[in-house]
Design a protein around this ligand. Structure first.
Ligand SMILES: Nc1nc2c(ncn2[C@@H]2O[C@H](COP(=O)(O)OP(=O)(O)O)[C@@H](O)[C@H]2O)c(=O)[nH]1
Ligand SMILES: [Mg+2]
Length: 363
């Protein structure tokens, strides 16, 4: 090898290693930026949830904290007072009893006498209840089984609970993870339903399949799934009319829709989401019980958690119905749907300062 060749070889070796190092630096910078972005997004989401829950915190957590304030000595009367606050804060009788039993048990075994210690126990026991409920296994990634495409989601619930809004938000979230989404306007009952869903489809940037008002919902469902199949869509979301005044009719309608779906996609529906409105408090549980009689519900979406004092209802819904609360609505905008994460919910409810901080602040 000549002199110049040797120099060339050395220089190119140096260039290679410099460019490799630069690549590594770029990689780690990109990762750091991704990480920081992810943390910021998560922190913003947590803040949104915490702000949304502020009225619930004012009416529930603050009341308990005053009752269990510093210097308060724990006795039976005090524990009865706590139980009353729980029951009247939309936690309901059944879940309140379960909570009080474990609280009393721990107070006795751990010989707790101070109010503030019982406050901590209450928080821990609520968290424990939620973490052992089916809601703890939620998928936050909007992933689907690629072998069973399209992933078919049917959305049910009474009028006004937020079905159409939730469909818009869900479609948007799936789209954000790169999925091709088609929504079906099978609420053919209300005159404005198509138009409203069309607006959401446009916002989310997804396709919609619809027929005229009064059309057979099962026919719209069939069209939507056929279109999804021919276009190789990843996710199909079907809107439905929210009529519960005639249970027999509703059951027949939902059954017909499921039957028709199976003609196109034999495994459909993959999910049946029941939408419940948190502002209705304990009534939401009654509604869920009625719907459970007519549909195989796989998940619950609890909407309007922002601005209600009845947010405590999440706890009995997650614990008593034995169906996971999959998503929560925290506003009317397209990015206001969050995956329900029990620990974040409890931290937000009890006013934790931020997601990564360990200090608890209740106001
Ligand atoms: N504040 C708030 N409003 C919501 C939320 N979800 C839905 N809504 C509102 O609830 C109303 C009824 O929603 P819609 O989707 O039409 O309900 P549907 O009849 O079940 O389809 C609308 O005014 C929505 O903006 C939420 O998470 N937070
Ligand atoms: Mg609707």
């Amino acid at each position: 090898m000549g002199f110049f060749d040797k120099i060339k070889e050395k220089v190119s070796g140096v260039t290679d290693s410099v460019s490799e190092k630069l690549n590594n630096v770029t990689d780690s910078t990109n990762k750091a930026i991704d990480n920081a972005l992810h943390k910021t997004v998560e922190a913003l989401k947590f803040d949104k949830l915490k702000n949304g829950l502020s009225k619930t915190r004012d009416s529930f957590v603050d009341k308990i904290q005053v009752t269990l304030g510093i210097g308060k000595k724990v006795n039976d009367d005090l524990l009865d007072e706590i139980e009353e606050i729980l029951i009247t804060s939309d936690i309901g009788v059944t879940t309140s009893e379960i909570l009080m039993e474990s609280i009393k048990d721990r107070v006795r075994k751990e010989k707790k006498e101070k109010g503030e210690e019982v406050f901590e126990i209450l928080k821990e026991e609520i968290e424990k209840l939620l973490i052992t409920s089916p809601s703890a296994q939620n998928d936050a990634n909007y992933s689907i089984n690629e072998e069973k495409k399209p992933h078919v989601i049917m959305v049910i619930g009474v009028n006004g609970v937020g079905k159409t809004t939730t469909i818009g938000k869900l479609a948007y979230n799936y789209k954000q993870t790169g999925k091709k989404v088609i929504i079906g306007a099978a609420d053919t009952f209300r005159a404005a339903a198509n138009e409203q869903l069309e607006i959401w489809a446009e916002r989310a940037g997804v396709q919609i399949v619809q027929q005229s008002q009064g059309a057979d919902p099962a026919a719209v469902t069939f069209d939507t799934l056929s279109s999804a199949k021919s276009k190789n869509a990843d996710v199909v979301i079907i809107d439905t009319a929210g009529r519960l005044h005639n249970k027999g009719n509703l059951m027949a309608e939902l059954e017909k829709m499921s039957r028709v779906m199976k003609k196109v996609v034999p495994t459909a529906p993959d999910e049946v989401f029941l939408v419940l409105d948190a502002t209705t408090g304990q009534n939401a549980i009654q509604q869920a019980k009625e719907f459970l009689k007519v549909a195989n519900i796989t998940g619950i979406v609890l909407t309007k958690l922002d601005g209600t004092a009845k947010g405590g209802v999440v706890i009995p819904i997650a614990c008593e119905l034995q169906i996971p609360v999959r998503y929560i609505g925290v506003g009317e905008k397209i990015d206001d749907l969050q995956v329900f994460i029990p620990k974040d919910f409890v931290d937000a409810l009890f006013g934790k300062v931020d997601k990564n901080d360990e200090t608890i602040e209740s106001n």
